[in-house]
Ligand binder design. Structure first.
Ligand SMILES: [Zn+2]
Length: 411
């Protein structure tokens, strides 16, 4: 690889065609003058390459450019596009330190973790901007489409928490909430249970630390509402014959869903409700006890059988003594219509396959909630954009657009 890198270096430096005369037009409208050749070491997939490139400087706007950098898609970077892509692929999946080790092991590339972080976050910001601009609505891939909304906390730096109220005992916060929208189809059937299950490869994700709250007087929907709409349109969700929205009990989810998709079937994710009931079981009968387990099982059965009144009666027995039980009863009563599980199942609908719950783990937990991680909001959002793009299989399309844009810029 070193030999190949050297050959590439010699070949590029022997080619003087990036000198395109004494003057070239500058973006500002003035002309830029040739100002000699400048050195730069670029990290390519073959290793470091020292380039001498023609430099043009504009005296009016006091900036300069390198035609060769534009032609090679280097812009202001000292990493080749192939290396940038490798960094993005690795850092989307593992920590910056692990990505450094992977790049060395698999591609013999020496890039320190700080540089991996900077390059991955810069790429993530590009992807985030591309995601906002590029919406190519597709027809729905199946008659029934599912859209899940969820949120999960991510540990952030102290400076990102100023003035925020959190869940810590003293009222302070340690995390910021990532909101996630997931879209998928479930036309295939689980052989064991006969119930619909998520179609492999049908899931797409979009997530960010951003607000879902807006006032009636706001001229535009909240940022997360706009994200949800973009992802829904991209996947053809609103055009599906049956639109299903799944979520936990958070009020913002149902407010947003009712506003955006008024005709959608709303289902409270069964997994989340069961989790709630298990928490109550622990609070009533003590964690890890047999009584807690059998109490939870009985409530889960009532829930799945649609016996909501029995379920509420069982919860109400502990109303006075147990705050979690009282709250859970309230939660179930409020969401009754979203918990008609026997009816939903008879209609052949997914009632909570764990896709929503797994979505938070897959997109956020396994990458952003690791020991010792403290994010800036900007950094977390960049890596979320990168990771969602990779996991949703949009990375190839993004790269195609990026290469095309860079080619057009160099012409
Ligand atoms: Zn200029």
């Amino acid at each position: 690889m070193q030999v190949a890198a050297l050959a590439l270096q010699e070949r590029l430096n022997a080619d003087g065609s990036d000198w395109q005369g004494p003057r070239l037009p500058c973006g500002c409208g003035n002309t830029a003058r040739y100002a000699g050749r400048r050195h730069k070491t670029v990290l390519t997939a073959l290793g470091p390459v020292a380039l001498r490139r023609a430099y043009y400087h504009c005296s009016r706007c006091q900036t300069g450019f390198f035609p060769r950098d534009r032609a090679l898609g280097l812009a202001d970077a000292s990493l080749s596009p192939a290396v940038t892509r490798m960094i993005g692929t690795a850092a989307a999946r593992v920590s910056f330190v692990e990505a450094t080790a992977l790049l060395d092991e698999l591609a013999a590339l020496r890039v320190d973790p700080k540089r991996v972080e900077r390059a991955a976050e810069a790429l993530g910001r590009e992807i985030a901007a591309d995601e906002r601009q590029h919406i190519e609505p597709l027809p729905p891939p199946a008659p029934t489409m599912y859209l899940g909304l969820d949120g999960t906390g991510v540990p952030v730096r102290q400076t990102e928490l100023a003035g925020r109220v959190g869940k810590q005992p003293d009222g302070s916060a340690k995390t910021r909430e990532v909101k996630l929208v997931t879209v998928w189809t479930a036309e295939s059937v689980d052989k064991r249970t006969g119930r619909p299950q998520r179609d492999p490869g049908s899931v797409s994700y979009s997530a960010a630390i951003e607000s879902a709250a807006s006032l009636d007087t706001d001229p535009e929907p909240a940022p997360f509402a706009q994200r949800t709409r973009r992802e829904a349109e991209r996947r053809g969700f609103p055009q599906a014959t049956r639109c299903v929205v799944l979520g936990d009990g958070a009020p913002w989810i149902w407010r947003q869903s009712a506003e955006m998709f008024p005709g959608a079937i709303q289902i409270l994710d069964l997994f989340h409700v069961k989790q709630h009931l298990s928490e109550v079981a622990k609070a009533v009968h003590g964690p890890g006890t047999d009584r807690a387990a059998s109490w939870a099982d009985a409530r889960h059965d009532e829930l799945e059988a649609g016996r909501i009144d029995d379920l509420l009666a069982a919860l109400n027995e502990h109303n006075d003594s147990c705050e979690p039980a009282r709250k859970c009863a309230e939660y179930i009563d409020t969401n009754r219509a979203r918990m008609r599980y026997p009816y939903f199942r008879a209609e052949g609908l997914c009632v909570g396959s764990g896709v929503v719950e797994a979505g938070c783990k897959v997109t956020v937990g396994t990458r952003l909630k690791r020991a010792g991680m403290h994010w800036t909001v900007d950094g977390a959002n960049a890596i979320l954009a990168l990771r969602c793009c990779v996991l949703s299989n949009h990375f190839e399309d993004f790269w195609e657009r990026r290469s095309t844009a860079s080619r057009q810029q160099s012409q």
